[in-house]
Write a protein that binds this ligand. Structure first.
Ligand code: ATP
Length: 313
């Protein structure tokens, strides 16, 4: 029998392993359902944004994975294992701003944090101060720091013990534009140094600039999750008009599954993936179906509109 040589197929597996897996997490405060069965995976090496408007359940979710709150239902795994004190040592967190002593220096404040938490070694203090770019100001009093520097010191405290993962709740909240820029830059640098970052944010712009992945929450429900580039992708919005809008909408259904009729402005809007709309083809398609267009315009759907659509439907 003749042997048939099978072609060698190389499949590149583009899947990072999950550092945190949430499975059907539910949490209530009395009658308020803060989380209603949330499941998603955080890939290792990502900057993972938990994005949602106020009250959507972000802080509750972070508190659960940090063992500050117990879920009513559901399970989560860190590094593929059920949570344990051993696992917890690999996770640095910043849920609320720590109380640093105003009259002490950064180094002395971190020595106190180290003594209380038992995380890392004393020698780590210089390393974390380098990481957050406060080494040159290590002996200055905390009270002399800008808001951005204070927040960077808080992140330095979370970095003691060299955790694989950093969990940050709204890390740029309350900062001025310079402080915000510093923290965002630091998060990207920490990712490059090998940390996985999980951060809550209510700012679309922040998630777009800093995060590689996102989970969008709304009133305790997971709306969507995935790579930022996929989830918050810009779209093409084509605006068209003809004598009979209903008929136009019906024939366009064959081209896109997102068609809306705007009676007030006398147009039909069709959404297509970014960069895929070909106006000449759409025109020909409509003409061949017996509809003559009297207006056609390509607009870009802005990310804000996409986010609004995701969190308001
Ligand atoms: P924000 O951005 O405003 O901090 P969030 O997305 O972090 O909001 P959570 O703080 O987790 O949302 O709140 C989710 C829901 O649970 C909200 O309706 C909130 O009012 C409610 N909630 C949170 N903590 C408590 C609590 N301790 N007692 C009662 N209700 C609470």
């Amino acid at each position: 029998m003749r042997k048939v040589g099978l072609p060698l197929i190389l499949i590149k597996i583009d899947r990072m392993s999950a550092i945190l897996s949430l499975n059907n997490i539910e949490k209530s405060y009395g009658k308020i359902k803060a989380l209603k069965g949330v499941s998603f995976d955080v890939p290792e090496g990502s900057v993972f944004g938990i994005l949602g408007p106020n009250g959507s359940g972000k802080t509750t979710l972070l508190s659960i994975v940090l063992d500050v709150l117990k879920p009513k239902e559901g399970k989560f795994l860190w590094f593929g294992q059920p949570p344990s004190p051993e696992q917890r040592k690999k996770i640095g967190s910043l849920l609320e701003t720590p109380n640093f002593y105003h009259y002490l220096s950064a180094v002395d404040n971190l020595k106190i944090t180290h003594n209380i938490s038992g995380r890392g070694q004393k020698e780590d203090i210089s390393e974390v101060l380098h990481k957050v770019k406060l080494f040159d100001r290590r002996n200055s009093r905390f009270s002399s720091y800008s808001l951005g520097m204070k927040q960077r010191l808080a992140i330095a405290a979370a970095l003691l013990g060299s955790p694989r993962v950093l969990v940050l709740d709204e890390p740029t909240n309350g900062l001025d534009p310079v402080g915000i820029a510093e923290i965002r830059e630091l998060i990207v640098e920490l990712k490059e140094k090998g940390h996985t970052i999980i951060m809550a944010s209510h700012l679309l712009d922040e998630v777009e600039k800093v995060c590689t992945h996102v989970a969008i929450l709304k009133t305790g429900n997971l709306i969507t999750t995935g790579k930022v580039a996929d989830v918050l992708m810009d779209e093409d919005l084509v605006e068209l008009s003809a004598q009979n809008l209903q008929q136009l909408a019906e024939i366009l259904n064959g081209m896109s599954n997102k068609i809306t009729i705007d009676e007030k402005n006398g147009v039909v809007q069709m959404t297509l993936p970014k960069g895929t709309s070909r106006l000449d083809e759409i025109n020909r398609f409509c003409f061949n179906k017996g509809v003559v267009l009297n207006h056609m315009l390509l607009k870009k759907k802005r990310l804000e509109a996409r986010f609004f659509e995701l969190t308001n439907n």
